[in-house]
Design a protein around this ligand. Sequence first.
Ligand code: SF4
Length: 69
Amino acid sequence: MATREDCVLKQVSVGLARCSGCGACASLCPEVFAMDPDTEKPRIIKDEVCEDEVRQAMAYCPEDCIELD
Ligand code: SF4
């Protein structure tokens, strides 16, 4: 697993089958998620992240479909 000085980098993914396309993840963590206007679901724009970078989006996601591996 890759590491950065201050954290362990993890792979972030979204379970799109459960995702409602609410856009909260892209609003809270725009450096990691961006809404795709065609699919109205989020795209991952930075797939290796510190947990800190996505914690807020994971906590807020109403469908609980953001995962870290
Ligand atoms: S917060 Fe969750 S449900 Fe909403 S768009 Fe992001 S991944 Fe989908």
